[in-house]
Design a protein around this ligand. Sequence first.
Ligand code: G3P
Length: 217
Amino acid sequence: MKFFIDTANLDQIKEAQALGILDGVTTNPSLMAKEGITGHDNILKHYVAICEAVEGDVSAEVISVDFEGMVREGEALAELHPQIVVKIPMIKEGVKALKYFSQKGIKTNCTLIFSAGQALLAAKAGATYVSPFIGRLDDVSTDGLNLIQEIRHIYDNYAFQTEILAASVRHTMHIIDCAKIGADVMTGPLSAITGLLNHPLTDIGLAKFLEDHKKGN
Ligand code: G3P
């Protein structure tokens, strides 16, 4: 399972990268705004800085909602750095853009996936990744993990190569459940990733080992 960090915060990206378990980064316009990154040129510079801080795929989202605009923006984003994956929303024009980029060999991440039907369309259009937002489904009393399961089933039926990128991950159990189901990738905040480290018995056990070692010296 690949681990992506879902943030535009460079310090957090570098911290996850230093752990040695990071496979990529996802961003979106809200995450960029949260870091105070505004204005076309600053946003592009920030994508390059993220690419230089990590080794894997870095999703950069288009703002256009028409095919021509998505193509123009996506091509410019893809030219920024070889690690850029063009993030496209799941709308009709987006499906056309996914197909266009797929034929050009440019990687894509189809975002805002909330149903199995949307995931099926994105795979047929040749998306590299689909991003089902599991946390946001949970927020409206709909089982986000069930969607991951449905998509896994459909993709396996037809051997679709599109990778399931579980997004809107909020906590450690989301990550563990996605791994059990067989999501290819998860993207979540640093807190969910480092949360996997924690177990009180590890802390108690380590404290005891260190204490006993002192006794013997
Ligand atoms: O990867 C999608 C993500 O950024 C959305 O997360 O927590 O805003 O639902 P959230």
